[in-house]
Design a protein around this ligand. Structure first.
Ligand code: B12
Length: 225
């Protein structure tokens, strides 16, 4: 039963356009900050389904640019839609399920989403944290965007990967135009955020379209020719 519903969820997400799909146990988020754990958002949460779409590599080649900004916005809409369909599928089967926003809305004053998709992706075996603080998948590196669905359905969980994809590489740290990366696999959020506002002004983007993308562009993991 557990395997069957897990297989159906993964099949559905693939058919809707997700490139990577994994499942984490809700209880594996025990070290997440209070109010940012699956059961804080959905009573009785058992599983978190994490899905990713591979970005258009070419849109990143000269990032920051308007083309990557559009790819970013389109993928956000696609992922929100996929998450809704997966959650609705589970609801129709008698479970409770909640989609977490891909990006906005989030707590802008604290730069904090309701649930961290990167941590969720790590726990669901989709990838590992890189020095750019992003989730690096083995296949696409950081060139992915993520979304999560929390459910009270008990699904078969995947295992986190135990590997370092960065090793001695520090390309993202050297390339970051905001000087926001130091190598601890976290980002200086105010510095990164302020730079996004500058890029937005230069490219005449709306608030929700502001992107930089340099730490993704320079990452050699999963880079195509
Ligand atoms: C706010 C936000 C930003 C802010 C702050 C960034 C940040 N690193 O937090 C700003 C505007 C600066 C930003 C910039 C970017 N972002 Co952004 N951003 C988000 C958003 C909406 C929330 C992030 C968040 O909650 N951070 C707060 C927490 C997680 O971070 P923290 O305070 O460092 O957390 C600490 C503790 O709270 C604790 N913790 C928190 N949760 C958990 C859970 C567990 C289990 C554990 C153990 C610990 C733990 O661990 C941390 C270290 O101590 C997410 C979407 C989402 N809901 O996840 C996207 C997201 C992280 N962004 C993303 C991207 C791609 C970017 C950019 C590259 C811009 C772009 N679109 O091109 C840059 C790059 C920044 C970088 N190098 O990290 C992607 C990452 C994809 C990937 N491959 O990893 C996400 C996941 C969006 C998505 N849906 O795909 N972003």
């Amino acid at each position: 039963m557990k395997e069957k519903i897990t297989g159906s969820v993964k099949e559905l997400a693939h058919s809707l356009g997700a490139d990577l799909i994994g499942v984490a146990q809700a209880k594996s988020f025990a070290e997440a900050p209070e109010k940012h754990r699956p059961e804080d958002l959905l009573r009785g949460a058992q599983s978190v389904i994490v899905m990713a779409i591979h970005l258009l590599d070419a849109s990143l080649e000269s990032a920051p640019n308007r083309e990557y900004s559009v790819t970013y916005s389109v993928i956000n809409r696609e992922l929100n839609r996929i998450a809704f369909r997966v959650a609705k599928f589970l609801q129709d089967k008698g479970y409770r399920a909640l989609q977490v926003p891909v990006s906005s809305p989030y707590d802008v004053s604290r730069n904090m989403g309701d649930l961290s998709h990167r941590h969720a992706g790590y726990l669901a075996g989709l990838g590992v944290f890189g020095k750019n603080s992003l989730l690096l998948s083995t296949k696409f590196g950081p060139r992915i965007r993520l979304v999560s669905v929390i459910t009270d359905a008990l699904l078969t969980a995947d295992k986190p990967l135990d590997l370092d994809l960065c090793n001695d590489c520090d390309k993202c740290i050297r390339a970051c135009p905001a000087g926001a990366l130091k190598g601890e696999r976290i980002v200086d959020k105010p510095k990164c955020d302020a730079h996004h506002v500058e890029v937005g002004k230069q490219l005449q983007l709306e608030d929700w379209e502001q992107i930089c993308g340099v730490c993704i562009r320079v990452c050699p993991v999963g880079k195509t020719a």
